[in-house]
Design a protein around this ligand. Structure first.
Ligand code: ATP
Length: 327
């Protein structure tokens, strides 16, 4: 095993609140062990463009509360090619990097896996995505902040829904995963929650409208996951408006506000724990693993087990939703 003297860190894929806390934790862990650390800017693209900068204690001071990522992030098509990865390797060598920590989603870990099959540089991953859709971990950095952002947005939309007697269809992010929609829907008291993991929810929606949206004062909140089988919020709202002309249907797509904002206390804490654990793993000679959380404990998950997968949703949450909205 090669001695680790100098490491690099970068963020990749979509940004997520809490990434900065992880960058700070890794950097401070390295400096505390007299290991030099470089930030690679703009994800894998920066590795190819030789966009490396040595990080100091001051560089990561006062960033724990900031959303986004100070290292910037990107999706990089060039890294998908063997020429791109060779250039990236040469730059890692040029900068004398002995190990790398990548904060991102399962795509970023796939990139690291492919790279490690070609070149002998260890990678350790930290899961950072608001979707919380990575296998092998109960938690990904950014999820908790996004949950709070969605709940806050729904609370505000409820004020106008109630004042005008409108039925709102609110679309939350999550790709094919409905967890953010389900948990934010329960936490904000939404009447209907439409997620891809539950099929055939049309009757549930119809039932709610028939029983509860009877007159001009009736209001309601339907939260829709962007990947729901019935289509996004716009499609569903249009259909409902056509089927029930007496109601006032409105749509709100929450969009990118869900990715921003100051990280919650939980995101900062878990990102910090994962950052310290990732550095320890690299120093211990481990490679090709992602740091995860299982039942609140830090775990090490091989990259091969981190692929985005259909994760069954906790049946307790589904039952809760049914109980709360059985009219
Ligand atoms: P998010 O969950 O926010 O989408 P992600 O890490 O899954 O984050 P991706 O765009 O899937 O985001 O992957 C990030 C980058 O990882 C890609 O832009 C690409 O540079 C690299 N990457 C992904 N898959 C591969 C692959 N099979 N081979 C090489 N590089 C890859």
């Amino acid at each position: 095993m090669k001695e680790i003297k100098r490491i690099a860190i970068f963020t990749s894929g979509g940004d997520a609140p809490g990434m900065n806390a992880a960058v700070s934790a890794v950097t401070r862990s390295a400096l505390a062990s007299d290991i030099e650390i470089f930030g690679i800017y703009h994800g894998y693209q920066g590795m190819i463009d030789n966009d490396f900068k040595k990080l100091s204690f001051d560089d990561v001071s006062d960033i724990i509360q900031d959303g986004g990522t100070i290292l910037k992030t990107a999706r990089c098509m060039d890294f998908m090619t063997s020429e791109g990865r060779l250039t990236a390797y040469k730059n890692l060598q040029k900068n004398k990097i002995d190990g790398v920590i990548v904060i991102g989603g399962d795509g970023s870990f796939k990139g690291a896996t492919v790279f490690s099959q070609e070149f002998d540089i260890p990678f350790i991953g930290i899961p950072g995505t608001i979707d919380n859709d990575i296998s092998g971990t109960d938690y990904t950095i950014g999820y908790d902040t996004a949950l709070n952002t969605v709940v806050d947005a729904i609370d505000k939309i409820k004020d106008t829904a109630n004042s005008h007697g409108r039925l709102f269809f609110i679309e939350a992010m999550g790709n094919e995963a409905g967890l953010l929609t389900l948990e934010s829907g329960i936490a904000s008291g939404a009447e209907v929650i439409l997620i891809p993991e539950i099929l055939n929810q049309e009757d549930e929606l119809d039932n709610f409208i028939k029983k509860r949206i009877k007159n001009k004062d009736s209001s309601g909140i339907v939260v829709v996951a962007e990947g729901d089988e019935m289509g996004g919020a716009v499609k569903i709202a249009n259909k409902v408006q056509k089927d029930y002309p007496h109601i006032e249907a409105r749509v709100s797509i929450l969009g990118y506000i869900q990715r921003g904002g100051n990280p919650s206390g939980k995101d900062r804490l878990e990102a910090t724990r994962m950052g310290v654990a990732a550095f320890k793993c690299l120093l211990a000679g481990k490679r090709n693993i992602m740091i995860g959380l299982k039942k609140h404990d830090i775990v090490e998950v091989p990259f091969s087990n981190t692929a985005k997968a259909f994760r069954p949703i906790n049946s307790e949450l589904i039952e809760i939703q049914k109980i709360l909205n059985s009219y």
